[in-house]
Design a protein around this ligand. Sequence first.
Ligand SMILES: NC(=O)c1ccc[n+]([C@@H]2O[C@H](COP(=O)([O-])OP(=O)(O)OC[C@H]3O[C@@H](n4cnc5c(N)ncnc54)[C@H](OP(=O)(O)O)[C@@H]3O)[C@@H](O)[C@H]2O)c1
Length: 277
Amino acid sequence: MSSSKSVAVVTGSNKGIGYAIVRGLCKQFQGDVILTARNEANGQEALKKLNAEGLKPVFHQLDITDDTSIQRMRDFLQKNYGGLDVLVNNAAIAYKMAATEPFSEQAEVSMATNFWGTLNACNVLFPLLRPHARVVHVSSRAGSMTAAKCSKELQTRFLDPELSMAKIKQLMNEFVESAKAGTHKAKGWHESAYGTSKIGVTLMTFVQQRELSADSRPDIVVNACCPGYVATDMTSHKGTKTIDEGADTPLFLAMLPPNTTSPKGQFVAERKVQNML
Ligand SMILES: NC(=O)c1ccc[n+]([C@@H]2O[C@H](COP(=O)([O-])OP(=O)(O)OC[C@H]3O[C@@H](n4cnc5c(N)ncnc54)[C@H](OP(=O)(O)O)[C@@H]3O)[C@@H](O)[C@H]2O)c1
């Protein structure tokens, strides 16, 4: 039966920064914390480790590239909680520098998870957001660094004051199409599939906040952030921060108090608002 108990969801939280975000939310958030993983066994394993620390997240399977999985997540939340209070979009992939897959494939696959997967999850789950909900996109400074290396013409489009979701989708599609045609450099893109997907994640934040601010539900705040350089599988454990240190800014944004006016619809690192470009 549906209840109004508060609930937080963290995507890709069986390991790395997402796992530490779940751990932090279990300690700070008043309500249930849902640990999600695309692989059920890996999720259950993570759950056991947190249980051993005395923490009690709830597990639910979620693959952000699978529409059916996202819909099941939505139905679970609707049925058991009747809404959603915190959504941390943390799940992402990154090819290693030594990856041998062609750049066109890296572009398409990175974009499918990091940009389209995140956007699709938002589109299905946002209708559940309750007043005062907090949404955090774990993006990356790699997005800003990649944007800084793109052509002036592309940068002007990133900073368009009339940016819309349609324009962001168009940009991300143009990147993948030009990567497939081998013309991405000539078209002004930088050779980073991961970085470009994170440009899309950061830009979607600005548009989503504008849309949610016009929504009848009051005080919903969406921010993007960079967790810093964190020792996880993604960085082959070369990062200088622990996962709990990497979780600090995402947790700060997830726990922003009622009626926060800043950060709101912004890109944040080390708890401070940053320029995207
Ligand atoms: N580490 C850093 O220095 C750093 C810096 C800047 C930004 N970030 C961002 O921080 C976030 C977490 O990264 P991390 O370093 O913790 O990476 P990680 O250890 O590789 O963890 C990534 C998580 O995302 C999950 N995931 C991947 N594809 C998914 C999908 N389709 N559906 C659901 N979950 C999926 C992974 O699941 P599996 O276990 O099944 O693969 C894993 O749980 C990412 O958004 C990353 O871009 C990291």
